[in-house]
Design a binder for this molecule. Structure first.
Ligand SMILES: Cc1ncc(C[n+]2csc(CCOP(=O)(O)OP(=O)(O)O)c2C)c(N)n1
Length: 601
């Protein structure tokens, strides 16, 4: 949530960012080497370069061709995706991993509408993405021209801001502004719609540096008086609980947040997007709370007397019933977006500002830590009482949780995990121990099936560009989710990307089947695939490596062979179709009423 576009995430320096590109002027020599800006399209590309953009994901087409033509001369690495949805998810994940806005491109009409799911996804998760869309020439707008869609109208509700470019000379400035805005303050997707006459039109000037609009000045520090009052509340709390949301990671504030929790001995739960902000193997960590969060995180939320929430929008998957959320607690809410304060959950102590800076302010204002020894012991007891485990009887099929654990065991702590949406996503978040920010890359707010594979492509490129070629990228996918975007495997093969896809194949759209069993008397309407392709053979047909695994004794070898293969690989794990995700808090129920089996729902 800080001003950023940082080349190295987790610097905990919220002052650098896109707006600072002005501080790094190019040398005259470098200027001389570049062809002059002659068209709107070359100005667009020059603006991207000036903002430090190193990669873009997209699909060609008539109205965006001038921009692609200008990219021909650019060092920006363009990854041609199979589908524009894949481009938007890849850009999103690239941005998450790299800590700067990801860029995607599409032509007008269907190209732009295919981007929409990824833009909406980025918007829900406050991920910084810049989308550039071609548009029919300005004088044809409104005429139902070939491939004309009102992209501005369609994307207005799902972007932080969007722009209709009107002038070849200034279009580069607009693109720079959109890039800076996407990454600054509370991040989000921005879009610039580029009519063909504007990108083809003559331009004679270099775009200026990427700068957010002058009117956009997010508050970085909280009011000092409010901070003092909040500090007293923390000192006096008997059962304080930190709730770290995705905003902690976006603000590059994980180090600061960790130090605060540890110095003051305050237990931590995270939201799902906040996974990785605090090491899950730390004794203070209760992992994530909410619908499928841990029993102990949900118990802590239920009994805390002061919930210190940082960078979260209190999504309903976290809160369950609003009225029953954290019933014994006062709420201290730190967020950079004032619109989030008391939107869903009333904040007794609202602190608006950048997560890292405000935590620092509160820390400085605190005269002593709360006396939370008994509370910490209580949280520890809940961990023992409600452990995350699963039964794996030998007469039942392979359990998906075992596969997740096997991958976690076989990979380093900095491994990046991406997922589709469904049961597999929940197991990937429950049975993997996340220790670092920006290692958990998933679709939270929108819940977009198909996010996993294109996200793995974006994550892979980001890691490679950061010089982390040895880092593993693992995508846990469902059979249903994989079927939605698996064509992007062609991209991974073409670009020789080292990613491993683990399909937790239950031959169901399993999360729907679980809900049908729990809430619709087991009527499996449109939830069962009575036929599924052989994903290992399909992978081989794409030019990737493929394995099929049915039994426990095949898991370890397949995992290590797939990880060792330097290129895209797919393991089709045939897992127990009847396995369910627990714990589960039913929609709208109190967090403390989590079920551990179907009969408790
Ligand atoms: C694009 C999209 N369509 C529909 C849904 C509704 N939905 C949520 S989970 C789910 C099942 C996912 O099935 P699969 O990917 O096989 O994963 P599983 O639950 O079996 O692990 C569906 C259909 C969704 N989240 N996204």
């Amino acid at each position: 949530m800080s001003e950023r576009a940082t080349p190295t995430p987790e610097t905990d320096d919220p002052t650098h960012g896109a707006a600072d590109t002005e501080e790094q002027p190019r040398t005259d020599d470098a200027d001389d080497e570049r062809p002059p800006v002659t068209t709107g399209a070359s100005s667009v590309v020059r603006a991207l370069e000036a903002a430090g953009v190193e990669a873009a994901f997209g699909v060609q087409g008539g109205a965006i061709m001038p921009v692609y033509d200008a990219l021909y001369d650019s060092p920006i690495r363009h990854v041609m995706m199979a589908h524009e949805q894949g481009a938007s998810h890849a850009a999103d994940a690239y941005g998450v991993v790299k800590g700067e806005p990801g860029v995607c491109l599409a032509t007008s009409g269907p190209g732009a509408t295919n981007l929409v799911t990824g833009i909406a996804d980025a918007n829900m998760d406050s991920d910084a993405v810049l989308a550039l869309t071609g548009q029919v020439p300005s004088d044809m707008v409104g005429s139902d021209a070939f491939q004309e869609t009102d992209t501005i109208g369609v994307t207005a509700p799902i972007t932080k801001h969007n722009y209709f470019a009107g002038d070849a000379d200034t279009v580069g400035d607009t693109v720079g502004e959109a890039f800076a805005l996407a990454g600054m303050g509370r991040p989000g997707p921005t879009l610039v719609d580029l009519p063909k006459d504007v990108t083809q039109g003559e331009a004679g000037r270099e775009p200026g540096p990427a700068r957010p609009p002058k009117t956009y000045n997010p508050q970085m520090e909280a009011d000092e008086q409010d901070v003092k009052v909040a500090a007293r509340a923390i000192e006096n709390a008997e059962k304080p609980l930190l709730l770290f949301g995705g905003g902690v990671i976006k603000a590059n504030a994980s180090k600061t947040a960790r130090a605060f929790a540890i110095d003051h001995g305050i237990p931590v739960v995270t939201t799902m997007p906040g996974i990785g902000s605090f090491p899950e193997d730390h004794e203070l960590c209760l992992s994530w709370a909410g619908m499928h969060g841990t029993g102990y995180a949900n118990m802590a939320i239920t009994h805390t007397d002061l919930l210190i929430a940082v960078g979260t929008r209190f999504d309903d998957r976290l809160t369950g019933g609003i009225d029953s959320f954290a019933p014994e607690a006062e709420v201290l809410h730190i967020d950079i977006d004032p619109a989030e304060i008391s939107k869903n959950i009333h904040a007794d102590y609202p602190l608006v500002g950048d997560a890292g800076r405000v935590i620092d302010q509160v820390d400085t204002a605190m005269e002593h830590s709360p006396d939370a020894r008994e509370w910490r012991e209580q949280c520890g007891q809940w961990k023992e009482e409600y452990p995350m485990d699963y039964a794996a009887p030998s007469d039942e099929p392979l359990k998906p949780q075992f596969v997740v654990e096997a991958f976690d065991e076989a990979t380093a702590d900095d491994t990046i995990v991406t997922t589709g949406v469904g049961q597999h996503q929940m197991w990937a978040s429950q049975y993997w121990t996340y220790r670092e920010p920006r290692t958990w890359v998933s679709s939270h707010g929108l819940g977009t099936m198909g996010y996993g594979l294109p996200a793995a492509i974006g994550a892979r490129l980001a890691a490679d560009q950061m010089g982390q070629e040895d880092r593993s990228v693992v995508c846990f996918d469902g059979d249903g989710s994989f079927l939605m975007t698996m064509q992007e495997l062609s991209v991974a093969v073409r670009e020789n990307m080292d990613i491993t896809v683990a399909v937790l194949n239950n031959e169901y759209i399993g999360m729907v089947r679980q809900w049908q069993d729990a809430f619709y008397e087991g009527r499996h309407m449109a939830a069962e695939y009575n036929w599924c392709p052989e994903f290992d053979r399909l992978a081989e047909a794409f030019g990737a490596r493929g394995w099929r695994v049915d039994d426990y004794d095949q898991v370890v070898d397949a995992v290590s062979e797939a990880l060792a293969y330097d290129g895209p690989s797919v393991i089709d794990f045939h897992v127990d179709p009847g396995e369910n995700v627990y714990p589960m808090v039913a929609s709208g129920a109190p967090n403390g009423k989590f079920a551990l089996s179907e009969d408790q729902l």
